[in-house]
Design a protein around this ligand. Structure first.
Ligand SMILES: [Zn+2]
Length: 498
């Protein structure tokens, strides 16, 4: 019996090692595609990516794996982590094997090349050229969802469960309805106030030397607690984070010559993700449970970006440094004026540039659209028109270009339907966590002292170390004693904007 168990354990660890090697190769391709690869590389590289993805799928089709996973879960001496890993591996196995080989390879090739096609269409402001690609991606994803759907599951739920387990379309409908009811009246108030007393922010949009921005943002990421001995900060069209393991974490930002705040808040956001990845325990990193679940991941990046990164206590010790970096532009701008500007609210067109108050409305637009796309109630052909209609309805603005409208985000180009809600769930979790943390540690005092390590230490201890072995509900219940409740987020917004 014991010998048999030893064999199973060996089979499991062999599988995990090979799984990790292939996933690492795929991750590096993704990283390269979005950062350094020249546009011309797209087609040829996509083919190699497709073959590697097929090998990844084949790995899960190996004889006997189902039994290995099952026995690892059942064995008395399996650790909780081993059980969680076996459960996660089985979920992935079912997902991958439900899709016919040829279709899976085709989809991987398609999405490896589609990001560059999206990027080009965005540059040329041409949705029509990208629409056929998106149509094929959507068709395939809808088909995959139908292969995978369990009884009673709508197709969109299949994708939601990939990003944050336990959150269904039904739950999210209620969650977003509550957010809408709370946020829309506040936005109305803010728009009216802006008319009477506009907030001055033009000084953030002067000309800022890109090299100086690079230098400043690198310093900022390190100040926040991102360790450059175990990570890098690069540039990409759409800022993002990826990692091979906790000692090789990669974040990106994007510099605009005429916009100082864009790179700063992208850097803070991605550093939040990066600190999470670097804070994984040694035993979860480099496994299928590395990183964190999507909603929890976004809660950390939004926590750094907003709760910390837009507060007075955060900027008080470092604003002088920013002024010194850009004396011409900021010497005469007081900290008060700077804080007002970075905390202004104004309904706009672009999600990643939006303020805390209107942010969730951007998500609600995407949620409503992708739910209908996946459900087959909306076609790609009508997507741009519907996008404009919903922006007008919720935010009172209509994009003039596709680049500022339907083409602004990379997610759908990667086939990621169902990811967007993670941002809103993350916002709500971040606010709930913030209230709780303030009872346990004096965040303001730590920020004023520039002691960001104590803050990341708290987060590592309670959240980051577990990677994706615990989901949002489990973590929230453990840390705050309650499950997710959007009231904290709405109260936070009311306090700040009413
Ligand atoms: Zn993020």
């Amino acid at each position: 019996m014991e010998e048999k168990l030893a064999d199973i354990r060996k089979g499991f660890s062999d599988f995990l090692e090979r799984e990790n090697a292939l996933r690492t190769a795929l991750t590096l391709f993704d990283w390269d595609n979005e950062t350094l690869a020249p546009e011309a590389a797209s087609e040829r590289t996509a083919k190699a990516y497709g073959i590697l993805s097929a090998a990844y799928q084949e790995l899960f089709a190996q004889d006997g794996l189902e039994k290995i996973f099952e026995e690892m879960r059942a064995a008395k001496d399996s650790s909780p982590l081993e059980r969680a890993l076996a459960r996660r591996a089985e979920k992935e196995r079912r997902k991958l094997l439900s899709i016919p080989k040829e279709e899976y390879r085709r989809f991987s090739e398609l999405t490896a090349g589609s990001v560059q096609k999206w990027s080009l269409a965005k540059k040329q402001d041409d949705f029509a050229s990208f629409a056929p690609v998106l149509e094929e991606i959507l068709d395939m994803q809808r088909r995959f969802a139908s292969y995978r759907a369990e009884e009673g599951q709508v197709p969109y739920d299949v994708f939601l469960s990939d990003y944050e387990e336990g959150f269904t379309q039904e739950k999210l409908d209620a969650f977003f309805e509550e957010l809408k009811q709370g946020i829309l009246p506040l936005v109305k108030e803010v728009v009216q106030r802006n008319k009477e007393r506009p907030v001055s922010c033009e000084f953030l949009f002067q000309s800022f030397d890109t090299e100086k921005q690079r230098h400043w943002n690198k310093w900022l990421a390190a100040y926040l607690g991102f360790r450059f001995s175990r990570g890098v900060l690069a540039e990409s069209e759409h800022p993002f984070t990826t990692s091979l393991h906790r000692d090789d974490v990669r974040i990106t930002t994007h510099y605009y010559k005429n916009n100082l705040e864009s790179a700063i808040f992208s850097t803070i956001h991605e550093a939040g993700h990066g600190i999470f990845e670097q804070g994984n325990d040694g035993e979860v990193t480099q496994t299928l449970l590395a990183g964190g679940t999507c909603g929890v991941h976004e809660s950390q990046s939004r926590f750094y970006e907003n709760m910390l990164g837009r507060s007075r206590a955060f900027w008080e010790p470092i604003y002088g440094r920013l002024q010194k970096t850009f004396p011409e532009q900021l010497e005469k701008i007081s900290l008060d004026a700077f804080l007002k500007a970075i905390n202004r609210s104004q309904p706009g067109l672009v999600r990643t540039e939006s303020d805390e108050l209107t942010y969730c409305l951007h998500i609600i637009v995407r949620y409503e659209l992708e739910k209908r796309l996946v459900g087959g109630e909306l076609s790609v052909r009508d997507l741009e028109k519907e996008w404009k209609r919903l922006y007008e309805e919720y935010l009172g603005v209509i994009p003039k270009t596709a680049a500022e409208g339907v083409l602004q985000d990379v997610h759908w180009a990667m086939g990621e339907f169902g990811y967007f809600p993670s941002y809103a769930l993350g916002n709500a979790m971040a606010a709930q966590l913030y209230v709780h943390m303030n009872r346990e540690i004096d965040l303001e005092k730590l920020l004023l002292a520039g002691d960001l390590d104590r803050i990341s230490g708290y987060l590592r201890e309670h959240i980051h170390r577990y990677g994706a072995s615990k989901g949002m509900e489990e973590l929230l219940c453990e840390v705050t004693g309650e499950s997710l409740d959007p009231k904290y987020y709405l109260e936070y917004l009311k306090k700040k904007y009413a």
